[in-house]
Design a protein around this ligand. Structure first.
Ligand SMILES: [Zn+2]
Length: 369
């Protein structure tokens, strides 16, 4: 035995890079997708062994749609659940909800609502160190199953790390009732993975950044699924939600595998964040990322028309006008984008775009007509 060990030590000593990698990945434990899966909420929380006291975090409108029902189901299963009506996703609201959760001595949370209610739940659960279940009523971006949360403070949006949901219930019967624009935005967010991956590969070649082919493949697969099925994604059709929701969830899993948003967030996301800053009326995150992906794909020399056609087919915006922003705001966002996250290397490089290049880009791709 002693000999075997010394042989292994020799091997390690002989190598310039003795193996020393270690990495953690946090995933949801159970993901249920389909018609009426809200009814499984009680059974899911039992299966997780959650303690008796919990809280449902929901919005004023989503309480009527599903939040109250979620609380009823849990109380019917013998849990003691309080409903907390959440408002805007800002830091002060996180404090208020956390205080209410503590006062009720709730030991688990269920987030019921659109992106902002789920985001608040993630952050509160992460802060208090308690588990939570995500029950989205809309799928406007790829954050349903990821730990990333967007909090708005004064005029800036910051991305905060919250907890990963222990369970996800994506009920297609609920999701189809959300405005179609939200689903189209979620699809555009996933389509935008195509340029995020190109940026990541570029950063690997130019900066020696760490790469995960598993995460990249999952992210690319998710985008491809949406692009391939774009014609089947339509308003008021529950089957469309069924087709779209799984790639949206897979995109979240890709980020869990990478341990960062890298597989789903590149230059097109920097453009969207920049547009949030320069525009007086920014649009939905996913919509902006979709338009960003068209332009960034052009910069990468890739098939930007394919990206644009998929967005058009789904009914997501492809122009400044459809985003409800001005051409000048798009140009300014393009010029600002490279400064948003200096540690995230993309096709925009260190110096970004000069005004004439930004104008040409927006014009050639038809974003600024
Ligand atoms: Zn996104």
């Amino acid at each position: 035995m002693a000999e075997a060990r010394s042989e292994r030590e020799d091997l390690a000593a002989g190598s310039d890079f003795p193996f020393a990698k270690a990495k953690g990945m946090v995933f949801p434990r159970t993901v249920l997708v389909g018609h009426g899966v809200i009814d499984e909420l009680g059974a899911m929380c039992r299966q997780f062994g959650f303690p008796a006291r919990g809280a449902v975090v929901t919005g004023p409108k989503t309480a009527e749609l599903a939040g109250n029902r979620a609380a009823e189901i849990l109380n019917g299963e013998g849990f003691s659940v309080r409903t907390i009506v959440a408002h805007e996703a800002v830091g002060a609201e996180v404090d208020r909800i956390a205080a209410e959760v503590r006062a009720h001595e709730a030991r688990f949370l269920v987030g019921v609502g659109g992106g902002s209610k789920i985001d608040l739940t993630k952050v509160v659960a992460g802060r208090l160190g308690i588990p939570f279940v995500s029950l989205p009523t809309s799928a406007a971006h790829d954050g349903i199953s990821s730990p990333r949360a967007s909090l708005h403070d004064s005029d800036s949006v910051t991305s905060t790390l919250g907890a990963v949901p222990m369970g996800v219930l994506a009920d297609t019967a609920l999701l189809v009732q959300a405005p179609y624009r939200l689903l189209a935005s979620g699809c555009a967010d996933v389509i935008s993975n195509v340029t995020a991956i190109l940026d990541w590969r570029l950063a690997v070649r130019l900066r020696g950044e760490e790469f995960s082919s598993t995460a990249a493949n999952l992210s690319e697969y998710a985008a491809q699924e949406i692009i391939d099925h774009a014609a089947a994604i339509k308003p008021n059709l529950e089957e469309s939600v069924w087709i779209a929701i799984r790639p949206i969830l897979v995109a979240g899993i890709a980020m869990s595998v990478a341990g960062s948003s890298r597989p789903c967030s590149g230059s097109e996301h920097l453009f969207s964040h920049a547009l949030d800053r320069v525009s007086s009326h920014p649009s939905l995150h996913g919509e902006q990322c979709g338009v960003g992906a068209v332009m960034m794909m052009y910069l990468h020399g890739g098939d930007w028309r394919r990206v644009k056609n998929a967005l058009l087919t789904i009914g997501a915006p492809t122009t400044a006008q459809e985003l409800g922003v001005t051409n000048d705001e798009v140009i300014r966002a393009l010029m600002l984008a490279h400064t948003i996250r200096r540690d995230r290397y993309t096709i925009l490089g260190d110096n970004g775009l000069a005004r004439d290049a930004a104008e040409r880009l927006a014009s050639v791709t038809g974003v600024a007509a």
